[in-house]
Write a protein that binds this ligand. Structure first.
Ligand code: X2X
Length: 343
């Protein structure tokens, strides 16, 4: 009788222990790999670290993410990042629309020359119907999109001359990234574009193998391109801007409790909001303090007038029309309407 009780007690204890162990403990990974192109101190890398931190806080450490900048999980080839997320060798990412556009044609939208004249235009796209449609497309490709962030308006720099018009670009060797759309745009402008990853871009600029590049001013500044890459001429033309998107691999997402899913999403939204603020600091008119800071470093800054931008826009019109067909004329029309009606 006593022995029977003892056995029962042991059995109950084992049962209770099994119940007490969280079910997800067996399924959750010890580490989730977060991919980004840029690390700290770039706003993109800051956003990654912030997402990691907020997720740890909000899930009481149940979800432990680690950031891998330099797209190191795909050997630095940022155009392969999206495929790696789908296949699961990357668990989650904060990616640029440019880098994912080879796999998600519609993301080329943001690289359409002179579609977005100002920050309100970006917001009208990401925050409206167009943004929702793009998130649906991503969902159909094995990822769960959670929030928007921002790399920024991509301004042109080079080591040779102040560029204000297409003729100035003639023969300049310009590093571009990602989509063939960039090759078309720069070819239409008379330049000589060459596609390479960010990792290869900085040495190519430094050695003079390439004359110029285009990137947001936060990137220009944090990478100190005026000295490290001899980029003493800057053209503010705001021809395209790349938002960032926070995503998680679909299977990884499905392995979490609804409570933890919500926590990861809330964290992404918060990190994204902070990221957009940081990406725009010193750049939203009338505040141009970041531009002034760059000028103060001895950089020649060409601020293009609307008329000058109009000339460049005209020179790229055929590229716009060609890519509208590729992206989907309806989506492009919807985007143009959203921009026209922005508040
Ligand atoms: O490679 C670039 O130019 C960068 C860092 O801006 C992107 O990843 C799109």
């Amino acid at each position: 009788m006593r022995r029977g009780m003892g056995l029962l007690m042991v059995a109950l204890l084992v049962g209770a222990l099994a119940l007490a162990l969280p079910v997800e403990a067996a399924e959750y990974k010890a580490e989730y790999k977060l991919s980004t192109v840029l690390g700290k101190p770039f706003p993109w890398g800051v956003a990654g670290e912030r997402w990691v931190e907020l997720v740890r806080e909000k899930t009481n450490g149940r979800i432990n993410m680690k950031m891998y900048p330099g797209t190191s999980l795909v050997g630095g080839d940022q155009t392969k990042e999206f495929t790696a997320i789908r296949q699961g060798s990357i668990d989650m990412a904060i990616g640029s629309t440019i880098n994912w556009s080879p796999q998600v044609q519609q993301l080329n939208l943001f690289s359409m020359p002179f579609l977005m004249p100002d920050y309100k235009a970006i917001d009208a796209l990401t925050g409206g119907e167009v943004g929702q449609e793009l998130f649906k497309i991503l969902e159909s490709k094995d990822v769960v999109p959670l929030a928007w962030g921002e790399n920024g308006f991509r301004e042109l720099s080079n080591s040779k001359l102040p560029v204000r018009k297409p003729e100035d670009l003639k023969g300049l060797k310009i590093r571009v990234v990602g989509s063939p759309l960039f090759l078309d745009t720069f070819t239409a402008l008379g330049a000589n574009p060459t596609q390479m990853s960010w990792a290869d871009a900085v040495p190519a600029l430094s050695s003079g193998a390439v004359d110029g590049q285009e990137n947001p001013l936060t990137v220009y500044m944090a990478a100190r391109l005026h000295t490290t890459a001899n980029q003493k001429n800057l053209t503010l033309w705001g021809y395209v801007a790349d938002p960032l998107i926070f995503v998680v691999n679909k299977d990884v997402w499905a392995g979490w409790t609804p409570e933890d899913q919500q926590a990861v999403k809330d964290a992404a939204i918060q990190a994204g909001r902070e990221n957009i603020e940081a990406a725009r600091r010193g750049l939203v008119p009338p505040d141009d303090s970041l531009v002034k800071e760059i000028e103060g470093m001895g950089v020649t800054v060409a601020r293009l007038s609307d008329a000058e931008k109009g000339e460049l826009k005209k020179a790229t019109r055929e590229v716009f029309d060609k890519w509208a067909r590729q992206i989907g004329p309806e989506l492009v029309k919807k985007a143009e309407d959203a921009v026209a009606n922005r508040k």
